[in-house]
Design a protein around this ligand. Structure first.
Ligand code: AMP
Ligand code: MG
Length: 424
């Protein structure tokens, strides 16, 4: 990977004064190509491994299920005893319970009462549901509608001993916890969580609880970043607010690069006279500065300082969240070592109003996705769509994704939406 300023290959990558912008897909591809998973792992109890990434394949020490067993409550019989026409009477020689196998062999002309999960008794290979037999005192009457081998779960049909139960790179969700438990595995090796240091830049920023002087605003980006990073399972280091001062920026960035696998900053990446982030980065590390053809969130810096990846997000609060979800989140997930290739979920739904849109860039308007009584989905914008209107993110439950070649839309036209569920 080439981390140099102009190392973007065939995609355009102008410096901060160029006019060309990189398509979001190209920017994302370059980021993902560069990123490697963090090294290091630890052994955890399986419950503590929830949400973590499995570091090694877990091979099953046992067959799951461990024994060939009944899938139904009923009677265990030999398939060869089933009548092909008419009815047949079989004598009941005992009961097989889940956890308490029947100790006697079932001979021709016999059967055993059996419960779901009980080991199939010797001499049997078929279960007839209790609802399908006529039960007499010590026998049952079976008719000809049954198939040999039915309602039996073979040993190892789920996972066989010696095969991989859960693969390396799998994110441990509730289903994987259950599978690990079904193997009898108590602890698993998981990858180390990436450590992400983050800070806001801007002389105007104050923390919650402080009093605002004229021209000052509260720092909201550090809170949204804390939220998204924590939800992603990152280990976070909050480095506070850094003033628009190249010297201070430099020392904070150097310090962060020694403590974190990734650094995320907001603000100071535009071309204003107080925007020092890219300039300082060029001194202390390697940087690709991009204008990404997306709205909100045009300026975006990606690079490396020492051992840490660097993501410089714009300052406007909605730009921060949009660039985070579209560019940084996939990168941080790649750093976890998760082998996830779930597709991005986009739905095509009708928009309840017209939308203004310039071609040539991808827009992420904030929308409310609804499902009406007929089961039809529609989307409605949240109102004002400025990059500083953070309440538009709070009110929304989806992005309305308007692709690069999409122009303005009329009421009732179909648009793509990316639901927040599963994303945020
Ligand atoms: P910048 O990219 O630094 O020029 O900032 C763009 C806009 O976002 C300015 O109006 C900033 O005041 C605002 N902004 C920057 N950082 C934050 C922050 N941490 N919280 C809220 N607003 C911010
Ligand atoms: Mg600023």
């Amino acid at each position: 990977m080439n981390h140099s300023k102009h190392g973007a290959g065939e995609s355009c990558c102008e410096d901060s004064h160029g006019d060309k912008a990189l398509f979001l897909q190209q920017a994302l591809a370059q980021v993902l190509q560069a990123i490697e998973p963090v090294s290091g792992s630890e052994i955890l109890d399986i419950r503590d491994a929830l949400g973590r990434v499995l570091a090694e394949n877990v091979t099953s020490p046992v067959d799951v299920p461990a024994h060939t067993n009944s899938a139904m409550d009923g009677y265990a019989v030999a398939g060869s005893d089933l009548p092909t026409a008419g009815e047949r009477s079989l004598s009941v020689v005992g009961t097989a319970w889940a956890g308490r196998p029947l100790q006697v062999r079932v001979e021709a002309g016999q059967c055993a009462r059996i419960m779901t999960g009980a080991v199939m008794p010797a001499g049997t290979d078929t279960v007839v549901m209790q609802e399908h037999v006529q039960r007499l005192e010590d026998s049952i009457v079976v008719d000809s509608r049954h198939r040999a081998g039915q309602h039996v779960r073979p040993a190892g049909e789920d996972i066989s001993a010696g095969s991989v139960g859960v693969r390396r790179g799998t994110v441990i969700h509730p289903a994987q916890l259950g599978v690990l438990a079904s193997l009898g595995v108590a602890t698993v090796p998981v990858r180390r969580r990436p450590t992400v240091a983050f800070f806001s830049t801007g002389d105007e920023l104050r923390g919650v609880g402080e009093k605002l002087e004229e021209g000052q605003i509260y720092d909201s980006n550090r809170y949204t970043l804390y939220g998204v990073l924590t939800r992603l399972g990152m280990q976070v280091i909050d480095l506070g607010v850094v003033p628009d001062d190249p010297g201070v920026l430099e020392s904070v960035l150097k310090d962060a690069s020694q403590r974190a696998d990734a650094i995320v900053t907001t603000g100071g990446v535009s071309v204003g006279e107080a925007d020092f982030v890219t300039q300082v980065l060029e001194q202390v590390g390697q940087v690709n500065f991009w204008k990404v053809a997306m709205k909100p969130g045009r300026p975006f810096a990606f690079g490396r300082i020492g051992g840490a990846w660097f993501f410089g997000l714009p300052g406007n609060p909605v730009s921060v969240m949009t660039t985070f979800y579209q560019l940084v989140q996939p990168a941080l997930l790649a750093m976890t070592g998760a082998a996830v290739d779930d597709p991005v979920i986009l739905l095509r739904v009708r928009c309840t109003h017209g939308l203004k849109k310039k071609t040539g860039r991808r827009e992420f308007q904030r929308g409310i996705l609804r499902r009406d009584e007929q089961g039809e989905y529609t989307v409605t914008g949240t109102g004002q769509q400025g990059a500083g209107i953070l309440s538009s993110m709070a009110d929304a439950n989806c992005f309305i994704v308007l692709e690069e070649n999409q122009g303005s839309l009329e009421t009732g036209d179909f648009v793509s939406v990316q639901p927040f569920r599963g994303l945020v």
